[in-house]
Ligand binder design. Structure first.
Ligand code: PEP
Ligand code: MG
Length: 584
């Protein structure tokens, strides 16, 4: 064009310059030329990938076209997320057909051979073969297989199902609730939509969209962009709300700190009983669960205590100077005992008691609604020795670190609270144990005592609760479950239809239901701070890593959000954007 119509070309360049100067952005411009005359048809802000958005925003800052705050506003959280995970190459993706859709539970992309069991995934990993673990659903026994897999695809489960939580924690590509997946384990085949695959066939997952492909799709890796650091420094300059992480081991904690986490908002001690190195503590936990008398339980707890202490100590050490919120044990007990006769017989033999006796004890744990059963603080009220052990382990870990010259900032959090009496009950134990440990180590331990707010009732009586609790952490997974009356593990099918029928706008376990659950969060904050003006409030449900929810939490006045390590940069960006938007 420059050669054929030099004058019109110059004119077009000038119009482009004026438009871009006016819009302060890169534009997608449409024009036509008729009889040598230039007509401008339309212009709009040009679409771009995450890498391009980052590069352009920082270029425009250098050129003085936009200011720092605008740079922060220029990347969507989804674009930032793109930079953090290997993803399917969008251009190549377009050449393939989506064969099934599920829930986008863990971001990024994965291409690999189908593994139908955790054993197969581990086998592939050992042979350095990329693989996708395809399961009906996952349970704690699959954790090592999930770790070995490059991607995870499940037929059942919602956004807070086991697979989704674990995968998101690792930043691993994961699709759950993909009901087009039909597994025939016996014959080693799986049907996905209309197509049939054998174990070992290659498929591709787009975990950010929830899409499954029948063939290998190309991958790209955008993580090593040095502009990322520069951008995140600007994000933190304008961010007002804190960002913590949900982590329960030194590696994840370090990873999250590298991603900019300012502490741990949720340390789930139950994770010590899953996966690698879990055999020993799990055996002690089983002894505790299956104990028949208080003496038996105390004996099992005494053996468990050093494991809890070491778990807490290792992570407190990594966090040195940053807060760690330890959530008292909240395990669904039945998940930790064997359910098949074969395994129950093996356990009976191991423990030197009869199979009938073991079976009786396991059957006694059965609850019709375990999510509303003996979990959370209820466990500590019914069996105070369980909390006592945890307090002792935590205070000892803190005292040991102090004497070793570290700076532990321990916060202890009581789960599933419904009233202040529960907190008082557990606090009395904490006070006694703390005094004992302080005397033994000759140190003065400072810690914060707080609670999760995850049952609607707790938000209503938050003023009373705040008379004892020094902080609140909203557990929006359970708060959503209890407010909607939706089971977080089985609700997927209902939610899908509800969204299709436009009865609800989105999966409430993924993005906070601001209209309903959001009201409870606001009420909890207001009533809590009415009682204790400096009450620290945060959130540690999965919503802490969802950008739209982060905006809401900022407006609700929370001090911090806590999310999976890989969501930390996204949460930092969403928090900064919320602050800039408010100012504007
Ligand atoms: C919650 O309920 O939001 C929470 C963080 O606890 P968990 O997911 O462990 O029940
Ligand atoms: Mg909970």
């Amino acid at each position: 064009m420059q050669e054929l119509m030099p004058e019109t070309y110059k004119e077009l360049c000038e119009v482009r310059r004026i438009l871009e100067e006016n819009y302060h952005d890169m534009l997608d411009i449409e024009f036509t030329i008729q009889d040598g005359k230039l007509y401008m048809l339309q212009c709009r802000v040009g679409k771009r990938t995450g890498v391009a958005a980052l590069t352009m925003a920082l270029d425009m800052l250098k050129e003085g076209l936009i200011d720092e705050k605008e740079v922060v506003m220029r990347l969507t959280p989804e674009q930032l997320d793109e930079l953090l995970h290997p993803i399917l190459d969008t251009a190549d993706e377009k050449k393939h057909t989506v064969i099934a859709k599920g829930l986008p539970a863990g971001p990024g992309g994965a291409v690999g051979k189908i593994a139908l069991t955790s054993e197969k995934a581990k086998e592939y990993r050992a042979a350095k073969v990329a693989n996708v673990l395809v399961r009906e659903e996952t349970n704690p026994e699959d954790v090592e297989g999930m770790r070995a897999a490059d991607g995870i695809l499940t037929a059942r489960g919602g956004m807070t199902s086991h697979a989704a939580l674990v995968a998101r924690g690792w930043g691993k590509c994961c699709i759950v609730g993909c009901d087009a997946v039909k597994i025939d384990l016996e014959n080693g085949i799986v049907k996905i939509g209309d197509q049939q695959f054998k174990e070992g066939d290659t498929i591709s997952l787009n975990g950010s969209k929830g899409w499954v492909y029948a063939e290998p799709v190309g991958m790209i890796n955008a993580t090593e962009n040095p502009l990322f650091q520069q951008f995140m420094a600007l994000v933190d300059k304008y961010r007002k709300m804190g960002v913590r992480t949900n982590a329960d081991n030194p590696e994840d904690a370090q990873n999250a700190v590298n991603f900019g986490a300012e502490g741990i908002g949720l340390f789930r001690i139950e994770h010590m009983f899953y996966g690698k190195n879990s055999e020993e503590p799990l055996a002690k936990l089983r002894n505790m669960i299956l104990a028949n008398t208080t003496e038996e339980r105390v004996a099992a707890l005494n053996e468990l205590e050093p494991y809890i202490k070491n778990a807490a100590k290792g992570t407190l050490k990594v966090l040195d100077g940053k807060p760690l919120t330890f959530r008292l044990m909240d395990p669904p007990l039945h998940e930790f005992v064997p359910h098949t006769e074969e395994k129950q017989r093996a356990l009976a033999q191991e423990r030197g008691i009869s199979f009938e006796e073991i079976k009786k004890r396991i059957d006694a744990l059965n609850e019709v609604n375990p999510m509303m059963g003996l979990r959370g603080v209820r466990l500590g009220i019914v069996y105070p020795e369980i909390t006592e052990t945890q307090f002792r382990a935590l205070f000892q870990a803190t005292a040991e670190l102090m004497t070793e010259g570290f700076d532990p900032h321990l916060e202890i959090m009581v789960p599933l609270t419904i009233n202040v009496k529960e907190l008082e009950h557990q606090k009395a134990i904490a006070d006694r144990v703390k005094a004992e440990v302080e005397a033994k180590f000759n140190v003065k331990i400072e810690y914060l005592y707080g609670t999760m707010i995850e049952i609607p009732r707790a938000t209503l009586v938050a003023d009373q609760i705040a008379s004892v609790a020094q902080f609140f952490s909203f557990g929006t997974n359970d708060l959503t479950q209890m407010t909607f009356g939706f089971s977080r593990d089985d609700v997927n099918a209902i939610v899908k239809d509800y969204i299709e029928e436009k009865i609800i706008p989105a999966d409430p376990f993924n993005t906070l239901d601001q209209e309903g659950v959001g009201q409870l969060v606001k009420l909890g904050v207001e009533r809590g701070r009415g009682q204790r003006a400096n009450l620290k409030c945060g959130v540690c449900g999965e919503h802490g890593g969802d950008p739209a929810s982060v905006h809401f939490f900022y407006k609700a006045g929370l001090n911090y959000v806590s999310c999976s390590p890989f969501r930390v940069p996204v949460a930092r960006l969403a928090a900064a954007q919320a602050a800039i938007e408010e100012e504007r």
